[in-house]
Design a protein around this ligand. Structure first.
Ligand code: KG4
Ligand code: ZN
Length: 352
C-alpha cells in the first residue's frame, strides 16, 4: 500500500480533533475546543473536557469526512491518541475509535500524542512526501512536556536525551500569564504582549545552565541536556511585585518579552547543543509552544548557524489536532507496523 488513507482522532486534553490524511497529504483537520468552558477556572477541568468530547465527537467527525470528501468505509486505518493526557478525555476518543474500527472492520492504531506532535512536522499539506531525515532530533514543547528526543523511527525508536525537571515550557507560559493578568491559555497571550515589550528589559534566570549542572561535553553533568522553568515564574512575580509595592504600574509587555526571551534562549541553546554533541544534523519542532513566534525565529537562527536542518510544522498544526494523529497513523501503516489490539487501554502517563 503506497498512500494509506487514515482517519486520526485526538481527545487527550480540551481539543476534539479529527484529521484525515492520504499518506503525507492532509485532506481534513477539524478541531472543536472546549477552552471557552475552562477559561474561568484558569486551567482545563478534566470532567468538563470529557463531556465536551462526547458532545463534539460526532459533528466534528462528520465535518472532517465531508471536507475530505471521504466515506468512513474508504479509510485504510483509524489512528487514535492512547496517551498521555487526561484519562477521561482519552477514554472518549479511544472508545469512539474502537467502535468505528470494529463496525467498519478497519485496523486500529493507538498512538502516542507526543510522537504525533513530532510526526506532523513531516506532514505536507501539498502532498510532497517528507521522509524522516537521518540523524534527527525532535524538540517537543507543549503544555505538559518539554523534551529533546533522538528519533530513529517514528514507529519504534524514539529516545529521550533531556527534559524539563519541573514545569513544562507551556505550563511556564500559562502560569506567568496568569500572574501578569494576561489570561488563559497564556502562550498566545504572552506571545502577543511580548511584541510591544523589550526582551532585554529584565534579565531572568536561564535554569540549569550553571557549570555544576552542565559539566562539559567530555564530562557531562547530570542536567546538561535538561531544563528547569519553575524559578522563572517566581522571578517574574518578584519583579512585578517591586513595581506594585512602590505604587508603579507593572510593565507587563517588558516582563512578558523578557520572560519569553529567557524561555526561548535556554530552550534553543540546549536543544542545539544536544544535537551537536549527539551527532544529530536535523531537528523537528512540535507541540503547542512550537506556535511561538520568537521560538520559531531564534531556533531557525541557531539551527542555521549550527548547520542543523530544521523542520517546523505550520502554526495551526502545532496545538493539539487530529491531523497529527492521522499523520503518525499513516506513517505506521506505511512502515508495516502491527495494529493495536481492540482492548488497548488509555494511558494517561504514556512516555515517548
Ligand atoms: O500541545 P498543546 O496544544 O497541548 C498539550 O499537549 O499540552 O500545548 C498547549 C500549550 C499551552 O501551554 C499553551 O499556552 C501553549 O501550548 N501555546 C503557546 C503558544 N500557543 C500555544 N506557547 C507559547 N506561544 C504560543 N504562541
Ligand atoms: Zn499536545
Amino acid at each position: 500500500m503506497t498512500e494509506p488513507l487514515v482517519l486520526g482522532i485526538e481527545t487527550s486534553c480540551d481539543e476534539t480533533g479529527i484529521g484525515i490524511v492520504r499518506g503525507t497529504h492532509l485532506l481534513a483537520n477539524e478541531v472543536a475546543s472546549s477552552m471557552d468552558e475552562h477559561v474561568r477556572y484558569g486551567g482545563v477541568i478534566p470532567e468538563i473536557a470529557a463531556r465536551a468530547h462526547l458532545e463534539a465527537f460526532t459533528p466534528t467527525l462528520r465535518r472532517a469526512l465531508e471536507t475530505a470528501d471521504v466515506e468512513l468505509e474508504e479509510v485504510d486505518a483509524i489512528a487514535v491518541t492512547a496517551g498521555p493526557g487526561l484519562a477521561g478525555a482519552l477514554m472518549v476518543g479511544l472508545s469512539a475509535a474502537k467502535g468505528l474500527a470494529l463496525a467498519a472492520g478497519k485496523p486500529l492504531y493507538g498512538v502516542n500524542h507526543l510522537v504525533a506532535h513530532v510526526a506532523v512536522a513531516l506532514a505536507d499539506q501539498h502532498g510532497n512526501s517528507s521522509p524522516l531525515p537521518e540523524n534527527t532530533a525532535a524538540l517537543l514543547v507543549s503544555g505538559g512536556h518539554t523534551e529533546i528526543l533522538r528519533v530513529g523511527s517514528l514507529a519504534d525508536d524514539v529516545e529521550l536525551i533531556g527534559s524539563t525537571i519541573d514545569d513544562a515550557a507551556g505550563e511556564a507560559y500559562d502560569k506567568t500569564a496568569r500572574l501578569l493578568g494576561l489570561g488563559y491559555p497564556g502562550g498566545p497571550a504572552i506571545d502577543a504582549a511580548a511584541r510591544t515589550g523589550d526582551p532585554q528589559a529584565f534579565r531572568f534566570p536561564r535554569g540549569l545552565t550553571m557549570p555544576k549542572f552542565e559539566g562539559t561535553a567530555q564530562n557531562p553533568g547530570k542536567h546538561r541536556h535538561n531544563w528547569s522553568f519553575s524559578g522563572l515564574k517566581t522571578a517574574v512575580a518578584r519583579a512585578a511585585e517591586q513595581f506594585t509595592s512602590q505604587g508603579f504600574a507593572v510593565p507587563t509587555a517588558d516582563l512578558a518579552a523578557s520572560f519569553q526571551e529567557a524561555v526561548v534562549d535556554v530552550l534553543t541553546a540546549k536543544a542545539v547543543r544536544a544535537c551537536q554533541e549527539q551527532g544529530l544534523t536535523s531537528m523537528l519542532l512540535g507541540g503547542g509552544v512550537a506556535a511561538n513566534s520568537r521560538l520559531r525565529e531564534l531556533l531557525a537562527q541557531r539551527c542555521g548557524a549550527a548547520g542543523i536542518q530544521l523542520t517546523v510544522p505550520p502554526v495551526r498544526l502545532c496545538t493539539d489536532n487530529g491531523a497529527m494523529v492521522a499523520a503518525l497513523g499513516a506513517h505506521l501503516v506505511s512502515a508495516g507496523a502491527p495494529p493495536s489490539s481492540l482492548d488497548i487501554p488509555a494511558d494517561s502517563s504514556l512516555p515517548v
